[in-house]
Write a protein that binds this ligand. Structure first.
Ligand SMILES: *Cc1c(COP(=O)(O)O)cnc(C)c1O
Length: 278
């Protein structure tokens, strides 16, 4: 069961429609967020809202009238009967019908409240496999709805693959919907914000890792470092912390989920409460 806030009111998601004239449909102009809620409490909503503002700005979408409305819509929505106890709030801001040479002065917005398809126990036990994608994700600080160029390399790969991993020019940036981390020589290596999206889960996991004495190096891991890595993992709102055991043909470590990811995942689960709000 899912509900959606659109045009000033909540309705059943299946009843909600976007006009075919919207620039989201015609030109792929839309930005969004996925905010987790646990027991109807929002996880790091302020960080997601700040990033949504940043994404809209970078996309030329005039979101200043929309953004202040969202906190109240979020808290009203998660309390509604049609909303599950645990799931995702997904606000979208679209380009609307007016394209003024790359400026979008009259955006539309809607907010979906729905269940989440969690990472299966089995995938956590087995670890994820990623498909190489040799391109750079354009405008890394913008969380746009356009995932087409991350999905294309996935479509021809084995169905066991989790998602694609951007690897432009021998460097590893991020995965399709997750940030990427490599563990090597006692350090955790991850691409700096700016080369990649400012992932909320990335930020939380790095905070917890630093608090617990892990050494972090913020630079893009090299593709050639994959083979000699001890382990790798990804972080994101849906997957939380998930081990990566293979990238393309390259097996990582012993091909099994490693202890650093397991430790950080335990820390993440134990500390969720620190980032929750009503
Ligand atoms: C959403 C997303 C992430 C992860 O961000 P979270 O805030 O942790 O969910 C990382 N990279 C890309 C490209 C994304 O779209």
């Amino acid at each position: 069961m899912s509900i959606c806030y659109l045009g000033g009111k909540f309705a059943q998601l299946s009843k909600c429609r976007l006009p075919v004239t919207d620039m989201a449909v015609q030109r792929g102009v839309a930005v969004f967020e996925a905010v987790r809620f646990y027991d109807r409490k929002l996880f790091a909503a302020d960080l997601h809202l700040a990033r949504l503002a940043e994404s809209a700005k970078r996309a030329g979408i005039a979101a200043e009238k929309v953004l202040p409305l969202l906190p109240e819509i979020f808290s009203a929505g998660v309390k509604m009967e049609g909303c599950p106890d645990e799931g995702l709030v997904r606000p979208f801001i679209t380009g609307g019908d007016v394209n003024d040479k790359g400026r979008f002065p009259e955006p539309r917005f809607f907010v979906i409240f729905g269940a989440i398809t969690k990472t299966s126990e089995e995938e956590h036990r087995r670890g994820a496999v990623l498909v190489p994608n040799r391109m750079e994700r354009p405008y890394p600080l913008c969380k746009s709805t356009n995932y087409l160029f991350a999905l294309i390399p996935l479509s021809s790969a084995d169905r066991l693959n989790h998602e694609t991993l951007y690897m432009p020019d021998g460097e590893i940036t991020e995965a399709m919907t997750n940030n990427f981390f490599l563990c090597r020589g006692g350090k955790i290596i991850t691409a700096p914000v700016g080369r990649v999206l400012d992932g909320v889960t990335r930020k939380v996991v790095l905070t917890l890792a630093r608090e617990n004495g892990f050494v972090i190096e913020e630079r893009c891991p090299k593709v050639e470092e994959l083979a000699g890595a001890d382990e790798a993992f990804i972080t994101g709102t849906v997957n939380e912390v998930l081990s990566v055991v293979r990238v393309g043909d390259t097996t990582i470590g012993n091909g099994k989920p490693g202890p650093v990811a397991a430790h950080l995942y335990r820390l993440f689960l134990a500390n969720i409460g620190r980032w929750l709000s009503d």
